[in-house]
Design a protein around this ligand. Structure first.
Ligand code: SAM
Length: 315
């Protein structure tokens, strides 16, 4: 699976080199590139935001910068940049480029703050000069890694439908995911609208009913939920078969216990150490049903009763 992430803080994604995700990259199951959105700016401040139409607090991410970036990464537009649209700084700095890992601009992004993002970025390298090479590089990457598979463009957004295990499962079958991380008051609503109109599969998801500072954490959450479902990602493939929210009639999982059988006066439920697998299965199933009913009654309402057995119904 090919994964592109666009952010003004691409170094957020350095953690993807750790743990199971790091191993998945080593094994070639996933290739991840974190891009710095500022690499597609042309002004001296590398600004990616502007004041909200209609007034109000904060700043909104501008569509033009996102469009140049997304056109490139989706392979939708030729690399035509009008000479007068590129700042003289950009022409002066031929050394600026986007590294495949986005690392070149990590330090700059770390130097910038939200205040700086509002028009006074620290000391970013101007990568506008290398837009042409970015386009040709990413275009060839797409054809090599993704074949003809259509990319899915995903924007985290607190006011979008909730991201669920079902979405994670569906997206785990995609060959190419492209995530766009919002910041400030969010991104201009015309960006997803435009790409949908171009026939791109655009998704907007919230990861929960709360507001984060930016999309980076939300993308990390979605990415982990999606990629752990890839064949070969988990050390033990069985560990993703029976989990909360998984399967047709999704329930919360039963409690988990390990040794010792009694710890600080609290015993593991005796059935679990009885060796009777039928009883263990029934005990876990009942506990899953009861816990789901208590904690997430909305999931119980969604159950397909035809798939419940007699004992399920009693529970
Ligand atoms: N003004 C927006 C609102 O009230 O809905 C909040 C914008 S938030 C400060 C900036 C960015 O963080 C969003 O564009 C989105 O990318 C990301 N974000 C924040 N909370 C999120 C959530 N719960 N789920 C997904 N993305 C979120």
């Amino acid at each position: 699976m090919k994964i592109d992430i666009v952010s003004v803080f691409p170094e957020y994604f350095d953690v993807l080199n750790l743990s199971l995700f790091g191993k998945a990259q080593e094994k070639g199951l996933v290739t991840v590139t974190a891009h710095n959105l500022r690499d597609w700016t042309h002004d001296v401040h590398h600004s990616v935001d502007d004041t909200p139409a209609g007034g109000g607090a904060g700043m909104v991410m501008k569509p033009e910068v996102w469009a140049e970036c997304l056109d490139d990464l989706l392979g939708l537009a030729p690399a035509v940049i009008a000479p007068d649209a590129v700042s003289s700084d950009a022409h002066d700095d031929d050394s600026a480029s986007v590294s495949p890992s986005g690392a070149v601009n990590s330090a700059e992004a770390a130097d910038t703050t939200d205040a700086a993002d509002s028009g006074h970025a620290g000391n970013p390298t101007d990568a506008a000069a290398s837009v042409t090479s970015i386009v040709s590089d990413t275009t060839s990457d797409t054809s090599e890694a993704g074949g003809n598979a259509a990319p899915v463009l995903i924007f985290p957004n607190p006011s979008a439908p909730l991201f669920t295990q079902r979405d994670a499962t569906e997206l785990s079958h995609a060959d190419h995911l492209l995530f766009g991380c919002g910041r400030y008051e969010g991104y201009d609503a015309r960006i997803p609208e435009y790409y949908r109109a171009q026939g791109v599969d655009v998704r907007e998801y919230s990861i929960g009913d709360y507001v984060l500072n930016g999309g980076e954490v939300a993308v990390s959450v979605m990415l982990e939920a999606i990629t752990r479902l890839l064949p070969g990602f988990m050390g033990n493939p069985d560990s993703i078969v029976e989990e909360s929210y998984t399967g047709g009639n999704a329930l919360l999982e039963h409690h988990q216990y390990t040794k010792p059988a009694t710890w600080r006066g609290i015993a593991v439920p005796p059935i679990l150490t009885s060796g009777d697998h039928g009883k263990v299965d029934r005990f876990r199933r009942d506990e899953a049903l009861t816990r789901t009913n208590d904690i997430r009654p909305d999931l119980i309402e969604q159950l397909d009763c035809r798939q419940l057995d007699k004992q399920d119904r009693k529970t």
